[in-house]
Every structure is written in C-alpha cells, then in structure tokens.
Design a protein around this ligand. Structure first.
Ligand code: SF4
Length: 359
C-alpha cells in the first residue's frame, strides 16, 4: 500500500493517528509547526519530536519535498522555479514580487502562481503546458509544497507569499479534490494561514466544477480564461469551448458570482489577428457587464514553436479603450517576465525537450 504524504493530511487526520499511537495532543501542534510554520523538508529537522515518534511517522507517511531544478529571473522581478518531483516530473511555479492585484489593488504583494498538474489535457492553442499532453495530477502536498519551498528558498521563516494564484501548469478544476484539499490546508489556521480571499482559482472554463466551487464554504476568488468573446473565436483557441460553450460558462460564472458576491476576473490574452479585433470588444463588454466581472487583458507572450504573436501596443490600447467606452472595468497587463519564458509551461517544455541536465 502506498503511504500518504504527511502534508496531504488534515489536522483531524493527524490527530486521529496520534490518538491511536497514544501520543499527547501537543505533539500534533509541534508536528504541524514543523510542517507549515517552519517548512521542514526532512524528518531530521523535527528535532523536538522524540526519535520513536519520528520513526513511526517515517513508517506511516512520506514527506516529499521538491528539488529545485532551475531558477530564472532576478530577485526583484518575476522569478520562475522549475521543480523536480519525486518521480522525476518537472513542474513550474512563478513568483511575482510586489505585484499589483488581479483586481487592481496595489500593495506589497508577493504573488505565487502554482501548478496543479504535470502537463495539461486541455490543449489551448496558445499554451506551452498542453503541448506534450497530460501526464498526471499533482497530489495535495505537491501543490502545497510549491508555496512552502518558494518561501523557504526566498525568505527563511514566516508567511511571506500573501497572494496565491492557481494558474500555472494544468487545469486546476480538473484536479478538483486534490486542489481543494491543498487549499483547505493552506487556508487553515493550523496550516498555511493564508486567507481564502488571497487565493484565486483560475480555470479554462469547466462549468460544472465552477458551480461546485461556488458551493464550497471558502471565499476563493475565481478567474476564468476567456480569450474569446464569441463561441467561434473562443473555440479556435480553446477546445474546451466545444464542451462548455459561452452560454453555459457564463451561467456557471453567474452562479458563482451570486453565491459568493465577489467580483470574477475574465482573463483575455490578446493575440494579434485572432482575438484582438474590435468586433470582440462589444460581446466581451456585454459578458463582463452581465457578470459584473473585471477584464484582465494580457498581451500574448510568445511561445517557441507556436505561430501566435503579440499585438502591437496601439492595438492593445485600442482594445482596452473599446472596453472602457462600454464602462467595463478593465486593465491591460504589462507582463513581467516575458524574457524568462514566463508563460506557463515554457520552461518545463524547453527543459524536457532539450533533455537539459539542470541542477
Ligand atoms: S491554458 Fe491552462 S487549461 Fe489551457 S492548455 Fe494551458 S494549462 Fe491547460
């Protein structure tokens, strides 16, 4: 039988196990401090736990920790972390220090974008993550560990990442159970202590799972990758649109908005000659106004091997202005990190295809 990873366990699950072992309750607190406050990477670090307990823990659980395979970017700008997991799979996390909010608030934010799958099955035409297909889901602990490992690498101790975006490699809502377990642990006062409102879940548009997320008690924020305001344009870029066309997706978003009372973000990557035509602005505005959503325009980041190009700045500005004339709350993002393969999946793809020996 495969052993569960300790960081995939809730406080209650650990407490039950410790009761069976007749360990005192304070040992649970000590262990959780090692796991989350002190971000222990190895059993040997847990020096205030008796050896006999550590022995039992190692016999019952794994304690995985990602190996940093490659890091790109300077400390004060966007940084990309390429992690090698226990089975050799590579995943990416992107750190954006002092980043503006998806919702336009400016503050001292440290945003981390994490992956939820190895590869992706959804095959969006502009994206590097799906180019080599889907390999596997990440476990809850592999999602959590991206946060802890970046903090350990960057900042020693203490909560430092104060904004989490579930938008890296993979479709987060396709790995629903592991994602939700990870988010509940990251949100818990005994775990990551990260406010639910500081966590944004991004999806390519899995309508049933959006409704399921709306029924969860936590106030996670929702971002939807739209990238086309008509079914024709969107289906050209995102195969998922055939399964969940815009009408169905919009209804699920409206349900989320009603249940949570929170503003949704519609992500819209601007691609020259594909979806940046001003004919897309009125239907996009209608959708956004109907959902009381904010639109985040993102000029396309070139992906090696893909034909798409970023529109010139005047075209980007014209698209923004067209939305603003319709009274839509919209921002045009100047991507930090374009120079370091910041679009999700690029660094992993390049590394795997080159068979690079990274360390
Ligand atoms: S954009 Fe997201 S859902 Fe689409 S292929 Fe890339 S990782 Fe998958």
């Amino acid at each position: 039988m495969t052993k569960p990873d300790l960081r995939s366990q809730t406080q209650e699950e650990i407490r039950r196990q410790f009761q069976l072992w007749q360990e005192p309750a304070y040992r649970v607190t000590q262990l959780l401090q090692w796991l989350y406050a002190r971000r222990a990477a190895h059993w040997g670090e847990m020096t205030n736990l008796p050896k006999s307990l550590r022995q039992r823990l190692t016999e019952t659980y794994t304690l995985s920790w990602p190996e940093l395979a490659l890091r790109q970017g300077a400390r004060d700008t966007t940084q990309k972390f390429l992690w090698r997991l226990a089975d050799g799979a590579l995943i990416e996390s992107v750190l954006i220090p002092a980043s503006p909010s998806l919702y336009g608030e400016s503050s001292d934010r440290h945003t981390l974008c994490v992956s939820t799958q190895v590869g992706c099955a959804y095959g969006c035409k502009f994206c590097a993550s799906g180019l080599d297909g889907w390999k596997r889901h990440l476990g809850a602990e592999e999602i959590i560990n991206q946060v802890l490992a970046v903090e350990r690498t960057e900042n020693g101790r203490g909560r430092w990442i104060n904004n989490l975006v579930i938008m890296g490699m993979g479709e987060p809502l396709a790995n629903y159970d592991n994602l939700l377990k990870a988010l509940r642990i990251l949100n818990a006062p005994w775990g990551g202590q990260m406010g639910a409102r500081k966590i944004t879940v991004s999806t390519s548009g899995l309508a049933p799972q959006i409704r399921r997320l709306a029924d969860e008690p936590q106030q996670f924020r929702l971002a939807v990758s739209l990238h086309g305001a008509t079914d024709e344009t969107r289906a050209r870029l995102m195969p998922i649109n055939k399964k969940y066309p815009l009408k169905e997706l919009a209804a699920a978003c409206a349900y989320y908005q009603q249940k949570k009372g929170r503003m949704i973000t519609l992500e819209y990557i601007l691609i020259a000659g594909v979806n940046d035509g001003l004919d897309q602005a009125p239907p996009l505005a209608k959708l956004a106004l109907g959902l009381r959503a904010k639109v985040n325009l993102i000029p396309y980041n070139q992906v090696e091997g893909l034909p798409w190009v970023r529109p010139e700045e005047p075209a980007q500005e014209a698209f923004l202005a067209a939305l603003e004339r319709c009274k839509v709350r919209a921002t045009l993002r100047r991507e930090k990190g374009g120079e370091i393969d910041a679009a999700c999946g690029q660094l992993r793809l390049k590394t795997e295809r080159q068979g690079a020996n990274v360390a």
